[in-house]
Design a protein around this ligand. Structure first.
Ligand SMILES: Nc1ncnc2c1ncn2[C@@H]1O[C@H](COP(=O)(O)OP(=O)(O)O)[C@@H](O)[C@H]1O
Ligand SMILES: Cc1cn([C@H]2C[C@H](O)[C@@H](COP(=O)(O)O)O2)c(=O)[nH]c1=O
Length: 467
């Protein structure tokens, strides 16, 4: 699991940093709203829920080992440079490539399979099924299908693996075809099958197949459990059957944080903010502890259904959480959820005063990979915040450059185009431009040149004048 953190400024800040009108600072998750002028009744965090496969093994290691524990395997990577250098873009890419690391265990399994083939080992049906599950889970569906076709005995487990594999990969239609195939083969679906089928129908907003599967589930007398109930509630909400979703929730005998979060995000998807807040209050009063999914659902609903995204100047997005300071993260995110994180991305690091302590604790003590992106220098080319303080803690430091907006050469510095003197001034291309050394030193010339380019652009495109 990964999380991106962003400093939190006033939600009403007029200065939106990135190009998108709904970018970093207008959404709680992206921005660092320093002044909590829009305090919500819950933490203003932004998170990127990713699945973590390493959590279980890590947790197991913890219970098996006696003190002292294995050395922490945390890392800190720092990305600095002027504005528009691609810091956020690089941060998002690195986070995404880190998620590829969680596939390492599948790669290991694939290598073992390759060795089996090389030495001529012929797996039995049990091993073939295990291999099929491995490939289906890791998204290698062609190989999984090949193994499936060649299985002599196709029991419920391989069928379930195929349904789940296709649904997880986002090929829900094929997943549902396997579900039909399974039934035609005379097999009785179980709770795992239904969890995947409801998820597929929810994603496709396919009400009829969803209802049919629900009827099959009732006939199959599958014992109610929170996973199935949550998938079912989610499906009805996503198919716009809000009443059915709510009724199902009310009839649920076993509820937990997941069921509550499903109800809350269901209301949120339909912009039912009052129901979101009522359900959230009810959840708390009935003694259920919200987790980061619940908080995210409430946050998203309260930001009028807008997704909370980390946005680059090019408009690339990844969900993230907004924070006023990093030290509150663990507690607000929840200790349990924090433990599941492998990678933490921090953008706009120059605005976090407790950057040093957070990074040291997260990497040295908690074994996290922390990727930090921020401005090394402000518009005066002075050290900005604590970004440079963490260099001694870092495994790697990457200094990026942009292109000088005047001459197109490499730009190392950020020039402020306006007269404001305070160090912190949120803004994008309207306020700042990246420049080379020559044009930084000749700042006034550069600002004039920029104004000239802007003015001539306005003349060429009169429609812009009205915007
Ligand atoms: N002068 C410029 N030099 C380089 N990139 C620019 C410039 N102006 C706009 N961009 C765009 O900004 C993108 C980088 O955005 P982003 O990753 O958000 O940067 P940062 O976080 O460093 O401010 C580039 O890929 C490019 O498309
Ligand atoms: C140079 C400089 C910048 N800022 C602000 C302006 C932007 O909102 C962010 C930087 O965002 P980016 O992702 O690096 O484009 O910082 C500031 O407050 N003061 C400055 O001197």
């Amino acid at each position: 699991m990964k999380s991106i953190l962003n400093p939190k400024f006033s939600a009403l800040s007029p200065h939106l940093p990135k190009t998108s009108p709904f970018s970093l600072f207008s959404r709680p998750h992206d921005s660092i709203f320093r002044n909590n002028s829009q305090q919500l009744p819950f933490p203003s965090l932004k998170a990127t829920p990713f699945s973590s496969n390493s959590f279980l093994s890590r947790a197991q290691n913890r219970t098996l080992q006696t003190e002292p524990t294995r050395p922490p395997s945390g890392e800190i990577h720092v990305i600095v440079g002027p504005m528009f250098a691609g810091k956020t873009t690089t941060l998002l890419r690195r986070i995404q490539s880190e998620s590829a690391n969680s596939r390492k265990q599948y790669e290991r399994g694939r290598r073992i399979h390759a060795q089996m083939i090389v030495v001529g080992f012929v797996p039995n049906e049990y091993l073939k099924t295990k291999l099929l599950i491995l490939y289906a889970k890791s998204g290698y569906l062609e190989t999984a299908s090949f193994l499936f076709d060649n299985l002599a005995d196709k029991g419920l487990i391989p069928w379930n693996a195929m349904v789940a594999g296709y649904v997880q990969k986002g090929v829900e239609e094929v997943g549902l075809e396997f579900f039909c195939g399974m039934r035609q083969a005379g097999l009785r679906p179980d709770q795992y099958t239904f969890a995947s089928v409801f998820r597929a129908c929810a994603t496709l907003a396919a009400l009829e197949p969803g209802k049919q599967a629900h009827a099959v589930m009732i006939k199959s007398q599958i014992t109610e459990n929170v996973v199935i109930n949550s998938a079912l509630i989610d499906m009805y909400f996503k198919c716009s059957c809000i009443c059915d979703g709510r009724l199902l929730f009310e009839k649920c005998l076993s509820r937990n944080t997941i069921t509550w979060s499903t109800l809350i995000s269901g209301y949120g998807q339909h912009g039912r903010v009052m129901e979101v807040l009522d359900s959230f209050q009810r959840m708390l009063s009935e003694g259920f502890r919200p987790n980061y999914v619940t908080f995210l659902a409430v946050l998203v609903a309260c930001s009028h259904g807008g997704l909370i995204d980390e946005v680059t100047h090019d408009g690339a997005k990844l969900p993230c959480w907004a924070l006023t300071n990093l030290s509150s993260f663990k507690q607000k995110f929840g200790i349990e959820a924090y433990e599941k994180l492998d990678v933490i991305g921090i953008d706009e690091a120059q605005f976090f005063e407790d950057l040093y302590d957070f990074c040291r604790e997260a990497a040295d003590h908690d074994g996290k990979t922390v990727i930090v992106a921020g401005l090394d220098g402000n518009y005066l080319r002075r050290s900005f915040g604590s970004v440079l303080d963490i260099i001694p803690l870092a495994d790697t430091v990457t200094k990026l450059t942009a292109l000088c907006e005047i001459c197109g050469k490499r730009a190392f510095f950020t020039l402020r185009k306006t007269q404001e003197k305070q160090v912190e001034l949120i803004g994008g291309g309207d306020v700042y431009m990246p420049v080379c050394r020559h044009h930084y030193v000749n700042g006034q010339v550069a600002v004039e040149a920029a104004r000239f380019v802007l003015e001539s652009h306005k003349v060429e495109c009169p429609s812009h004048i009205h915007k």
